[in-house]
Every structure is written in structure tokens, then in C-alpha cells.
Design a binder for this molecule. Structure first.
Ligand code: NCD
Length: 324
């Protein structure tokens, strides 16, 4: 964690009019913020053909992608989204940047600002990194959190909500959603739980071994299940998550094989869910660990739709934020 107050303070990301100036977390947002983003995303994609509608709304703006942690989908879809909005895009290669030569994060921020950046898209292994940026940038600069430690990954949760809305309709109050896997270490799960609650989802189930479930699930508006069969029963949406091995302080699992046998999403287990249930995963997927290949590639999987829809949702977030 960055030693800095206000990690969960929503005020940092909203302007006086209550509009999003940065997107750091979904915590503290109102349902209308979410609806606005999802509705605006509709204008950036034809969901039948999966064609992205390019619109030069950010022409003349410079966006810097700062990924201090590995990423494939998130970084690439951000870049496609930025270019589709006509922005000038800079990908800072953090591995060879001055941070490696001992420059502080703050000095990196000031230097990038001096290069006329209008927006930073930040991914960092430390929780609170995006808040730290937002706290220190000049008033006209926007910050977007592309994943900070175990804390939050708001655009992933938004694209997941968009995907669910596409396949299951806008009324979440009839939906049962199971998030299966390493919930405890997952920033994706935290943000997903927040967005699902904002959209008034009927039931949010967190399914996994006790060691990977949060202790405060009911305060988060979710129910825990250690029994996979009970957890999957009659759900409309199954979200599978990877083991966040890099964030575990000690090995909390016996073996990948044993995990697959106990919690892996197989065709057999998927039959417990509703017959038209969809299967999601933020990626990267580990076949044969949290999900069987036959399910990942099967007719109920919408994993690749999530990736495409993510472009439209990220365009929507950036276009909305830049208008404030
Ligand atoms: C997730 C992430 O990086 O938090 N992936 C992603 O953004 N697509 C999930 C993960 O790494 O397991």
C-alpha cells in the first residue's frame, strides 16, 4: 500500500458536480455513474458484428499508458480504445524507464506532465498507486486505474457488467452470479462485487476454498460457498478467476491438480448452473486449473466477448472522463 490517506475516499475521483474526473475505484460511485458508462459504451460498438466505431473525441489529447506490472489484454485494449478515440498514445516502457534508475514515482509523474500528458492509465503492483497519482497530478490531468495490487480493477468490472448486460439483459435484480476461485487476492473480484451491488444483482456468491475467501463477504454484500456444487446451483453467470500466486504470502493451496479436482469449472459442474448460464473469465486463463478447456472453448463461454466489449467500455470511460 502507498502510505497515503483516502484510498477509499470517493471524493478524489469526483469533481464538484459529482462527475468522474478520475476512475480509481467503483467504491462510492452511484448507480447512475455505472449506467452512464455502460450506455455510452453502446455507441462505440456494434454488438452484432463486434465492429468498433472510431470517434475522434480525444483528438489532440495525449494519453500515457504506465504499466508497472505485466498485462496483455488490459494494456492492449486500452491502447486500441485510445487510438479509436483519436488520442496520441504513449506507452512508457517501465522496464527500461528511469524508475529503474532510482527515480521516484513522483518525479516520473512530474516529468510526464511536463511532456503535456492529459491522462495516465496506471497499473501497479501496489494497492493505492492510482490514488497516489491522482493526488499528485495537475488539476487538468486525469488518472485511470488499470489495476492496483489487490485493491481494484474498475474497468475490468465495468466490462464484465457490460458483458452480463449484453447476454442477460439490463435487469440484474433477477440474476444469480457466482465468482469462483481466488477471491481473497483478486482486485477483479473486489471491483466486480461492487459493480454487481450497484446494479442490484439478486445474489452474489463467492465460491472457493476457505483460505481464498474474504472474511468480510457479507459486509461486501456477498455470500460465501466452499462447496462448488452448492455454489453453482442455478446461477445465471459463472465468473472464474485465476490463482493470484504472485499475491499470496504463503502457499494456500495443495496443488493445481487438486484445485482443479475440487473447484475447476468442468462441463459436468456447469450443468448445475442454469442451462443458459454464461461463463466468464478476465484472463489470463489457466486451462486445467480453474477451468477445463472444453468449458473455456465451449458454447457457454463469453470470455473473448469480454475482451472485445472491453474496448468499447474503456472508450466510454475515457470519453466520459475527458469531458469533465
Ligand atoms: C486480471 C488482472 O490483471 O487483475 N487480468 C486482467 O486485467 N485481464 C486478472 C488476473 O491477472 O488474474
Amino acid at each position: 500500500m502507498f502510505g497515503y490517506p483516502g484510498l477509499s475516499s470517493p471524493s478524489l475521483q469526483l469533481n464538484e458536480a459529482g462527475k468522474l474526473k478520475h476512475l480509481l475505484t467503483l467504491e462510492g460511485l452511484k448507480p447512475h455513474h455505472i449506467q452512464d458508462i455502460l450506455d455510452r459504451a453502446d455507441g462505440f460498438i456494434n454488438t452484432d458484428t463486434r465492429q468498433i466505431h472510431k470517434q475522434p473525441l480525444l483528438k489532440g489529447k495525449t494519453i500515457v499508458n504506465l504499466f508497472f506490472e505485466a498485462s496483455t489484454r488490459t494494456r492492449t485494449t486500452f491502447e486500441i480504445a485510445e487510438k479509436s478515440l483519436g488520442a496520441d498514445v504513449i506507452n512508457l516502457n517501465v522496464a527500461t524507464s528511469a524508475t529503474k534508475k532510482g527515480e521516484s514515482l513522483l518525479d516520473t509523474i512530474y516529468n510526464l506532465e511536463a511532456m503535456q500528458a492529459d491522462m495516465f492509465v496506471v497499473r501497479h503492483a501496489k494497492s493505492g498507486a492510482a490514488h497516489f497519482f491522482a493526488h499528485h497530478v495537475a488539476p487538468h490531468v486525469h488518472v485511470l486505474n488499470a489495476g492496483d495490487g489487490r485493491h481494484a480493477h474498475p474497468t475490468q468490472a465495468l466490462l464484465d457488467a457490460y458483458t452480463i448486460r449484453h447476454f442477460k439483459g439490463a435487469d440484474f435484480s433477477q440474476l444469480r452470479v457466482a465468482i469462483v476461485g481466488d477471491i481473497l487476492h483478486s482486485r477483479v473480484a473486489r471491483s466486480q462485487i461492487q459493480v454487481l451491488n450497484l446494479l442490484e444483482t439478486e445474489e452474489i456468491r463467492l465460491v472457493g476454498p476457505k483460505t481464498l475467501l474474504p472474511h468480510d463477504a457479507s459486509a461486501m454484500g456477498a455470500h460465501c460457498f466452499t462447496d462448488i456444487e452448492a455454489g453453482l446451483k442455478d446461477v445465471d453467470v459463472v465468473i472464474t478467476l485465476r490463482m493470484q500466486n504472485e499475491r499470496m504470502s504463503s502457499a494456500r493451496l495443495p496443488s493445481e491438480q487438486e484445485y482443479f479436482e475440487t473447484y475447476g469449472i468442468t462441463e459436468e459442474r456447469l450443468k448445475l448452473a442454469m442451462p443458459d448460464a454464461i461463463v466468464m473469465h478476465p484472463g489470463p486463463i489457466n486451462r486445467g486449473v480453474e477451468i477445463a478447456s472444453t468449458v473455456a472453448d465451449g458454447p457457454q463461454s463469453v470470455i473473448l466477448d469480454q475482451v472485445t466489449f472491453g474496448i468499447a467500455v474503456r472508450m466510454s470511460v475515457m470519453a466520459g472522463i475527458m469531458q469533465t
